[in-house]
Each structure stands twice: as C-alpha cells, then as structure tokens.
Design a protein around this ligand. Structure first.
Ligand SMILES: CC(C)(COP(=O)(O)OP(=O)(O)OC[C@H]1O[C@@H](n2cnc3c(N)ncnc32)[C@H](O)[C@@H]1OP(=O)(O)O)[C@@H](O)C(=O)NCCC(=O)NCCS
Length: 174
C-alpha cells in the first residue's frame, strides 16, 4: 500500500519497528478516556500480532509522531476473538470476515474524523484481500466511535459481555 496524506498527515502501514510509538499512543489515549470502560488496554503480544501480516495497522503520522492508528484484524481458524459467529441478525455463511479491531486518535487530534478516514482505507484494504464482512465491537457509551462506525456503514447487531464489559457487536458488508 502506498503512503497517503490526510489533512497534511502521512498515513502508512505500521510494522513491528513502530511498536514503541503504538504503545505510547495507546497509553496517552487511555490516560485521556472520558470513562475507563470505553477501552481496554491491549496486551503487548496482541499489538505485535496486529503489526504483522495478515493484519493491517494503519498509522497516521505528524512528522515522527504517531497521532492515530486503526487495525484490520484477520481472525484465524478457531480464534476466540472471532466476532462473525456471534452475529444474530445476518447470515454469515459464505462470507469472509475481518475485524475493524481498534482505532486510537491522540486527544490533540480528535475532531478531524480520523476514525472514518482510516476506516475507509481499511475497507479498501479489506476489499482487495477478499474480506466482504467486517465486524467491530464498541462500548455502548462510546458515542464518538459509534458515530464513526455508523458513518462507515456499520449496523448494530447485539450486545455482549467482553472482557467483563458491555460491548455492541457491529457488522458491515463491504
Ligand atoms: C473514537 C475515536 C477514535 C474517534 O476519534 P475521531 O475520529 O477524532 O472522531 P471525532 O472526534 O471526529 O468524532 C466522531 C463523531 O462523534 C462525535 N462525538 C465525539 N465525541 C462525542 C461525545 N462525547 N458525544 C457525542 N458525540 C461525540 C463527533 O461530533 C463526531 O460526529 P460528527 O461526525 O457528527 O461531527 C477517538 O475518540 C478515540 O481515540 N477514543 C478513545 C479510543 C476509542 O474509544 N477507540 C474506539 C474503540 S476501539
């Protein structure tokens, strides 16, 4: 994938060499959450996974500073993270699924619809790789993320308990 520009920021896939920037952005975002239940810290192991193929972690950079990222996660056979088997309102048979797993925007850079912009790029990536059903989970209290997912064409399916927290499962036919 070629580098892109959004609002003067550079968008490019992150790789394992960017792990320190990813962990720093996660810590800053977590420290500024309106409510701690909105987002759970990923393990470092999960971040390493997200930074390796077949997953895609799109980073948005202001110079050397990572200001936003979004992850397309490809669940593997028997993956306990798989969301498609949880969907109740649609028939998932014959569809190939990936997840819009996480999006982080640095508090100083919120309000520019970066989640929607990065989501659109991940949808193109997903389409090129043959993923025609995308799933996501979000806290029912996460108004900004729900609004962004709706703008990206996601629909709410059901509410589940994940990591001991309430999460809405969303889907989008890509
Ligand atoms: C969710 C997140 C990625 C969105 O960042 P963003 O792309 O900058 O989103 P914006 O700030 O542009 O907000 C998106 C929309 O939600 C609205 N919004 C933002 N905060 C809101 C709030 N507290 N209540 C209601 N609406 C809100 C914005 O007005 C905007 O709506 P609009 O399109 O009608 O203008 C960012 O808030 C974030 O990093 N949050 C913490 C991590 C997180 O929760 N990630 C998502 C789950 S993985």
């Amino acid at each position: 994938m070629d580098n892109l520009e959004i609002n003067g920021l550079t968008v490019r896939p992150c790789n394992e060499g960017d792990i320190a920037n990813v962990l720093e952005l996660e810590s800053i975002v977590l420290a500024h959450l309106e409510h701690p239940d909105l987002l759970r810290r990923n393990t470092e192991e999960m971040w390493h996974t997200c930074l390796l193929p077949p997953h895609v972690c799109l980073g948005t950079w202001a110079g050397d500073t990572l200001v936003a990222l979004a992850v397309l996660y490809v669940p593997q056979e028997g993956d306990p993270e798989a969301l498609a088997p949880l969907l109740q309102s649609v028939d998932t048979k014959g569809h190939t699924t990936a997840h819009f797993k996480i999006c982080l925007v640095h508090p100083d850079w919120r309000g520019h619809h970066l989640q929607v912009a990065l989501g659109k790029q991940l949808h193109i990536e997903a389409q090129q790789r043959g993923f025609d059903l995308l799933c996501a989970t979000v806290s029912p209290h996460n108004a900004a993320s729900i609004r962004s997912l709706q703008q990206l064409g996601y629909h709410a399916d059901r509410t589940i308990q994940k990591y001991g927290l309430e999460r809405i499962v969303f889907f989008h036919f890509n």
